[in-house]
Design a protein around this ligand. Structure first.
Ligand code: AKG
Ligand code: FE2
Length: 285
């Protein structure tokens, strides 16, 4: 992963069909350890991952472009009273930013009805988003398992990281002057964790523990995993909820995709407080 400074965010390769992703092998435990160390020391890591075909990623960003070029009235049909869960744009404090939230994105039927409302003939677009969602869900489940196994909790039924996925499709306009401009202000994510990818126009920056901002330049087959506040609480503060932001420069607009793992209580309701997540983790400091 390229960066502006000597600080390097770890890049971890998940090789499909290798012993490393075969749960229980020594290689798997070694990989889990690397994931845990990255989450504890940096709060994020680059996932070099071949399983999601570049073609699917390209098609997903092509659908994103089509989505944002729809009339404003159509985009506003994606309404959700919860912040960042529906369509968001034309915001005075984030003028370059526009996003589409798709709640319960792993509930493919709810995704279908939303797609049909926005694109009455959007069968192909729907299939692309579903395929991408399935792949991201699989990746999310694997990372969850790695985190649990890294703490020796993989076999404990009460420590599962239950979550539902909020998918957010994002667009950042190029800054009018071409100069360094904030696309998305510095924040931590409330989720357990977030998987991000972009269309090769970089902009994502993360803050290291010693206060340096590091720019990430992802390879075409890479994703980023970002530790959120809920995972930090769940791990009793061991994992680091990293501050990150998007800075835009140059003439290109940027598209990105985020799959946010929103924690669930045992009964399947989204949790509001971090303490509830924290309580069932079974990890003590
Ligand atoms: O667009 C990106 O790469 C980052 C988005 C992000 O951090 C967020 O939506 O919380
Ligand atoms: Fe974020």
């Amino acid at each position: 992963m390229g960066s502006d400074s000597q600080h390097q965010v770890p890049a971890i390769e998940f090789t499909v069909n290798s012993r490393e992703v075969d749960r229980g092998t020594d290689e798997w435990h070694h990989l889990c350890k690397r994931v845990r160390e990255a989450c504890e020391n940096y709060g994020c890591f680059e996932i070099v991952y071949d399983k999601i075909p570049p073609q699917l990623r390209a098609e997903t960003f092509s659908v994103s472009r089509q989505l944002f070029s729809l009339p404003l009235e159509t985009k506003k049909k994606n309404f959700n009273p919860k912040p960042y869960h529906g369509y968001l744009g034309q915001s005075a404090h984030m003028p370059l930013y526009e996003s589409f939230g798709l709640e319960e994105a792993s509930n493919y039927e709810s995704l279908r009805s939303l797609t049909e409302e926005i694109w009455p003939n959007g069968h192909d677009q729907f299939c692309t988003v579903i395929s991408m969602m399935k792949q991201l869900d699989e990746l999310k489940d694997m990372i969850n398992l790695m985190i649990l196994d890294s703490y020796g909790l993989g076999e404990k039924s009460n420590s599962t990281l239950h979550s539902k996925t909020l998918l957010r499709i994002m667009k950042y306009m190029a800054p009018p002057s071409g100069e360094n401009t904030i696309g998305l202000p510095a924040h931590t994510d409330k989720a357990l964790g977030t998987i991000l990818c972009d269309d090769q126009v970089s902009g994502l920056e993360v803050e290291t523990k010693d206060g340096q901002w590091v720019k990430l330049s992802l390879s075409p087959r890479s994703f980023v995993f970002v530790v959120g506040d809920s995972l930090m609480a769940w791990s009793n503060g061991r994992m680091h909820s990293v501050k990150h932001r998007v800075m835009m420069r140059g003439e290109k607009e940027r598209y990105s995709l985020g799959a946010f793992a929103v924690p669930l209580e045992e009964k399947g309701r989204a949790v509001d407080t971090e303490m509830q997540v924290f309580a069932y983790a079974g990890i003590s400091t």
